[in-house]
Design a protein around this ligand. Structure first.
Ligand SMILES: C[C@](O)(CO)[C@H](O)COP(=O)(O)OP(=O)(O)OC[C@H]1O[C@@H](n2ccc(N)nc2=O)[C@H](O)[C@@H]1O
Ligand SMILES: Nc1ncnc2c1ncn2[C@@H]1O[C@H](COP(=O)(O)OP(=O)(O)OP(=O)(O)O)[C@@H](O)[C@H]1O
Length: 298
């Protein structure tokens, strides 16, 4: 028997970053929005723990125990005293790798829900979320999807209401950016500066609630953007190309290097994607809508 779980990518519509904490993490006001680009994670009973991956970026995905999906299966088995998990995990990967869209986190949430279903372990939602938080700051959101405010290091979630469909274009860059390196660059750029407490924006909540793309465009904010641009200055050209093509707003997605463009409707999104591809300032451009559901058993 096999179980397949579909998991979404995310874009951060607000990423307010505080100063570095003693544990090395940063306190955040992190407003996550799930977008309709998905990985499918399929688990099948096997003699031992085994991983495979398919898709255009498959060669960039580690297939050993460092893979977040493998770590999720190991963590769930440990929680139920099951020992080493005998499971084959296959990831059909469509989310850009190391792109700031939480692809690895999505696979972790997907593997967790898929193994829980395959093994009949009936883990409570609360316990699943606790395991997600141990695996990574973005993983709880991959499980819940929709839209949510993440406090703490991003793992403490409050769901948010979304009153419409938003049309996005994602420009996929060549090569990834390391999330710890981007946070370290944020620390370097803010050295000697008093970093304010991260606060969520009421205007942003209102834009999500009403589903108004112009209001959302005006409220988008990412404190990691200067750090991502500092490490990858060429992203400024991608942001400019999408803005000139008529996007309502352009920003770096999370820690980058994927850039996100909000369009007023589906037609405008297609035009922005075509212009980005023609500009040759990115590897490819993808259209997607939000919000999208969290991890779902197919
Ligand atoms: C940039 C975002 O994707 C925005 O949602 C996240 O903040 C990153 O989440 P993630 O990839 O799940 O990150 P984790 O695996 O928890 O942490 C990786 C590294 O990122 C840095 N990190 C992450 C989250 C956070 N609130 N502060 C940090 O400083 C730390 O150096 C940490 O060692
Ligand atoms: N299942 C996985 N899929 C992709 N990368 C993985 C996975 N497990 C571990 N990794 C490792 O994690 C690194 C970051 O990959 P990922 O796609 O999660 O980045 P990201 O989208 O930038 O994450 P985030 O937005 O959460 O910071 C990769 O370079 C890879 O070495």
């Amino acid at each position: 028997m096999s179980v397949t779980v579909r998991v979404p990518a995310k874009v951060n519509v607000q990423l307010a970053v505080g100063g570095a904490r003693p544990d090395g993490f940063h306190d955040l006001a992190n407003v996550f929005l799930a977008v309709g680009l998905y990985d499918d994670v399929t688990v099948t009973a096997s003699d031992s723990l085994r991983l495979t991956c398919s898709g255009p970026d498959a060669d960039q995905v580690p297939l050993d125990r460092t893979n977040l999906a493998a770590r999720a299966a190991i963590a769930l088995a440990a929680r139920h005293g099951l020992g080493e998990p005998g499971v084959h995990i296959h990831i059909a990967k469509d989310i850009p790798v190391a792109g700031g869209m939480a692809g690895g986190s999505a696979d972790a949430a997907g593997a967790l829900l898929a193994c829980d279903t395959l093994w009949g372990t009936e883990t409570s939602r609360e316990d699943l979320l606790a395991i997600c938080a141990e695996l990574g700051s973005d993983v709880p959101f991959s499980l819940v999807g929709g839209a949510a405010l993440g406090r703490g290091r991003g793992e403490l979630l409050t769901p948010l209401e979304v009153g419409g469909t938003f049309h996005w274009v994602f420009a996929v860059a060549d090569g990834g950016l390391s999330t710890p390196a981007v946070y370290a660059e944020f620390d370097r750029l803010t050295e000697g500066v008093a970093v304010p407490e991260p606060e969520p924006s009421p205007a942003l909540f209102e834009a999500l609630r009403t589903g108004d793309p112009s209001a959302l465009a005006a409220a988008l904010a990412n404190d990691l953007q200067p750090a991502a641009l500092s490490l990858r200055p060429s992203l400024a050209e991608t942001l400019r190309a999408g803005t000139e093509a008529g996007a309502l707003a352009a920003l770096v997605s999370g820690s980058g290097p994927t850039t996100a463009f909000l369009a007023k409707d589906a037609e405008a999104a297609t035009a922005v994607a075509e212009a980005l591809i023609a500009s040759a300032t990115c590897r490819t451009a993808r259209v997607a809508v939000s919000p999208a559901p969290g991890a779902t058993v197919l």
